[in-house]
Design a protein around this ligand. Structure first.
Ligand code: GDP
Ligand code: MG
Length: 440
């Protein structure tokens, strides 16, 4: 997988104490190889690597960062540049006017599902969508859309007697006006492979009905096929955006890079599951992090730098340099991290941290933090500094003070032991070391 290969490449890069032009080139070769193996097209990978090495070789080596980390930073930033900038807007017209969104793509790419997902999103934001079955190839496709419409309580327009998607679309827009619907979502037909008949049909709908936005739905799991189809669709139609589906599995993500580079069309949304709520705005940072196999770590590191209380950090740094890290500090760190955003999301970004809070939702996580706080506050200062002091009888005292079972105290201490080294790294050290901690 791309992640593993890039992981290996970065390991090689990291292994270099000092980065020379020669050993950096070796590392970058590995990065390039990984991109190619992840179905990033050859031209895209070459152009990408040229940009990265121009920057990496030209860059003044910062003292605070290990050079290898700097290179990784450049690769990351380039990936972000490549997949961005994003434009999440659907460019809807004002209320009272009808906006037509047309979905196209190969069969099975997720068009119909995505129509439903977008419809749901629009309805939530107070719009009145109308789903239109312009996929007239298979009666089952019409049924599928009706089922979605019923589930979402969104009207569906179809005409089973027609073979002409242009006519159906025209009639659907009229229907939308009658119903007071303001967004028409066209579910068009796909083929297993690109063929002229499909393209001609779509081109006719595009030119005769002039949809306001034409979105290509691509299956993120299909790699090079996704790139080829994106190219063909982009030549035939004027695409306004790409929606990449099936990014919930271990899809490689390489397709996102190439599709953007090849079409120049912004990636707008990503499908992250079969359910209708599984549609998310596309974030280049997240995807770059995912491609680099680091979750959202880079953005977390940046965010953490901005938001962590600098004075507190300095104080902690001092203590840490003396090898002191207490449960009080632990709690402060947890609270600082909480300030960064919805707890579950932030926690999910830190390797190992998600286990601490488990799979609970944000509400639970908040409650958990309060419980944590309750337990820590029931300890004496000495115990907070040295959790090893906590024996059987102290544990029972703390537990009854906090209103929890003794094993909860035990759990907390165990979690503290596991997390303390990481917190130490997060807390006081420079950016370089933070990044190092993050990636190792
Ligand atoms: P269409 O032929 O392009 O209309 O594709 P469909 O909308 O019928 O989807 C094809 C299959 O992909 C269905 O089984 C969907 O449930 C599934 N699917 C669509 N989007 C996603 C996604 O984001 N994640 C996953 N896991 N499956 C998806
Ligand atoms: Mg379909």
């Amino acid at each position: 997988a791309l992640q593993e290969n890039l992981g290996a490449a970065f390991k090689t890069l990291r292994g270099q104490g000092k980065l020379s032009e020669a050993n950096m080139r070796d590392g970058l070769k590995l990065v390039e190889k990984s991109l190619l193996e992840a179905d990033v097209s050859y031209e895209v990978a070459r152009a990408f690597m040229k940009r990265v090495s121009d920057q990496a070789l030209g860059e003044k080596v910062l003292q605070s960062l290990r050079p290898s980390e700097q290179v990784i930073g450049i690769v990351y930033q380039e990936l972000v540049n490549l997949m961005g900038p994003v434009d999440h807007s659907l460019h809807l017209k004002g209320k009272g006017e009808v906006t037509v969104l047309m979905m196209c793509g190969l069969q099975g790419s997720g068009k119909t599902t995505t129509c439903g997902k977008l419809g749901r999103l629009l309805k939530q934001s107070g719009r009145k969508p109308l789903l239109v079955a312009a996929d007239l190839q298979r009666p089952a496709a019409i049924d599928q859309l009706h089922v979605l419409g019923e589930q979402l309580d969104i009207p569906v327009y179809s005409d089973r007697t027609s073979q002409d998607p242009v006519k159906v679309t025209g009639a659907a827009v009229e229907q939308a006006k009658r119903l007071g619907a303001d967004v028409v979502i066209l579910d068009t037909a796909g083929r297993l492979h690109i063929d002229n008949e499909l393209m001609d049909q779509l081109k006719r709908v595009d030119s005769r009905c002039s949809p306001d936005q034409v979105y290509l739905v691509v299956d993120g799991m299909t790699g090079q096929d996704a790139v080829n189809s994106a190219k063909a669709f982009n030549e035939a139609l004027e695409l306004d955006g790409v929606i990449m589906t099936k990014l919930d599995g271990d899809a490689r993500g390489g397709a996102a890079i190439s599709v953007k580079e090849v079409t120049g069309v912004p990636l707008k949304f990503m499908g992250t599951g079969e359910h209708l709520e599984n549609l998310e705005p596309f974030h280049p940072e997240r995807m770059a992090g995912r491609i680099l196999g680091q979750g959202d770590m880079m953005s977390l590191v940046e965010k953490a730098q901005q938001e962590f209380d600098q004075d507190e950090a300095r104080r902690l740094e001092e203590q840490l340099s003396k090898g002191e890290f207490s449960l009080d500090d632990f709690l402060k760190q947890m609270q600082q991290i909480k300030r960064l955003g919805p707890l579950r999301k932030v926690m999910g970004m830190i390797p190992g941290m998600s286990q601490l809070l488990g799979d609970m939702d944000d509400v639970d996580a908040e409650g958990d933090l309060r419980r944590l706080q309750g337990i820590i506050h029931s300890m004496t200062p000495a115990e907070r500094r040295k959790p090893k002091l906590i024996d059987h009888s102290r544990r029972r005292r703390i537990a009854s003070g906090a209103g929890v079972e003794p094993h909860a105290v035990n759990e907390l201490v165990k979690q503290f032991d596991a997390i303390a080294p990481m917190m130490t790294a997060m807390a006081g050290k420079g950016m370089g070391d933070r990044m190092k901690m993050v990636k190792e």
